[in-house]
Design a protein around this ligand. Sequence first.
Ligand SMILES: *[C@@H]1O[C@H](CO)[C@@H](O)[C@H](O)[C@H]1NC(C)=O
Ligand SMILES: *[C@@H]1O[C@H](CO)[C@@H](O)[C@H](O)[C@H]1NC(C)=O
Length: 511
Amino acid sequence: MPSPLTPALALLVLALTSATSALSPSELELDVRPSAAAPVTPRPFVAAVSEFVWADGYPERDLAAEPDAPWRRNLETVRRHAATAAQQGADLLVLAEYAILKVWPRAQLAVYAAQLPPVEDMVVICDDPTQHEAIRNLSCLAREHQMYIVANFVTKELCSADSDSACPEDGVSLYNTNLVFDRTGALIQTYHKYNLFGIELEHLQKPAPHLSAFRTDFGAVIGLMTCFDILFELPGVEMTRRGVTHFAFPTDWGDELPSLSALQMHSAWPRGLGVTLLSSGIHYLAEGSIGSGIFTGSGALGYLYDYSAEGAEGGVVTATVPAGCSWGADSCPSDQAPAGRQVRSAPAAGNTDDYYPIQNYNVSEFVSAPLSGRSQRLCDGEFCCDLTVSQQRPVTGAESGATYRLLVLDGRRNFAPHWSTQICAVVLCAGADQASCSTFPAGVAPPPPAPFSLRGSFSADWAVFPSVIRTHMELAAEWFYSRPTGQLEVADTGRLLVAQLYGRNYALDQP
Ligand SMILES: *[C@@H]1O[C@H](CO)[C@@H](O)[C@H](O)[C@H]1NC(C)=O
Ligand SMILES: *[C@@H]1O[C@H](CO)[C@@H](O)[C@H](O)[C@H]1NC(C)=O
């Protein structure tokens, strides 16, 4: 229970809290660099994303092999991917999170981390032998291929525990950092990952929130965010409110069914917000990490999702991104891109037993029911999902163990932080019971459900992220989502795996 305060003390507490309390998202400054550059009329540009395979299978093995430079062989892969992107005319290449350096614990990281010159100086690091070798080489690559490169590396800043209470004992602050090089190799912008995930909380510094973006010579202003950030309001969602329409997104994402595979969330975020996301991921099947792509507000321009043996090489996806609207314009057309085109996918249809390891979320707190009838309403407390079928299909015998269910959830994820979710989904469950709805289906798939529309009773303060994926982790093409009405219509239900409306209310999150 709060203790009563004397008025004077209450005032003091008030003063202290307001002095130290964080700015609200809308009070943060949008930091677009280079700040002196004049706006340019947008033109279409070629974007490249890279699906990255660590040189040694698992990054920590690099350490023993190359104690001096555990990034060396990963940089060779980066060099190959940059050359491929350049051959395809890329204006911009995004590289995956932790693609070059991933070592724990913190003491080790502190040795390898890079210390950067201030971005205001726009230093061409390539020319400066005193700079970190890995960062120098990235700068050289950008200059050699005359393209923008967004890379991810661990960086350090020296601090003093005497003057700065947030400074660790060893006087080194470590950050998960995105670095942006322009076509001359100059370092023009950085971004420290704000929403740290799991093990990062132990080893890295939580930075102040930063709405970090960069201005390109093709007119797009590109916002920066990293992996786990995609689930939260800062920095990405707040930047979309300021008119930023393109995002570079390095990630190292572990897939989870039924709601949080890379393919689902990384395509749903731009679809829900009407923006473009350039997602570069790590390809590491043992941790269910797979999938990269160029996703717009109206579908994928290209993506890579290949867990076959051939996919073990990773690769580069390029696509021409339409110019879109001028940055800062009052309104942007939302559907500017053609429908999805698949670059490479998983093994062709057939038996489904060759899936990769994935995190199976415990769905026991969902409410669920088998699909039935022409119109079905299912609620979790006050939150309801409505599924409507225009034309009932004849019910066929259940030859397969797998079945379709409607799943509904109004909850908060039990994690740090606890994020609020409302979910409405049609899911192909591996068996007849709800618990199997987070497992890949095995054997013969059941007949697809009739084409349907799906709606959740989200109130206006919820952001809704729609996605439709098919078995073997393909993006479905023939579906439509109306942002104004919140209605998801799935026309082609063939090989449907999950059709989902994933809602977030950032104000309801808890630490
Ligand atoms: C960096 O680039 C230089 C010159 O191109 C090369 O000799 C060196 O091996 C590269 N270092 C790494 C770690 O790739
Ligand atoms: C899932 O969560 C429920 C409720 O917390 C629990 O009773 C059940 O044992 C869990 N199932 C598994 C497989 O962990």
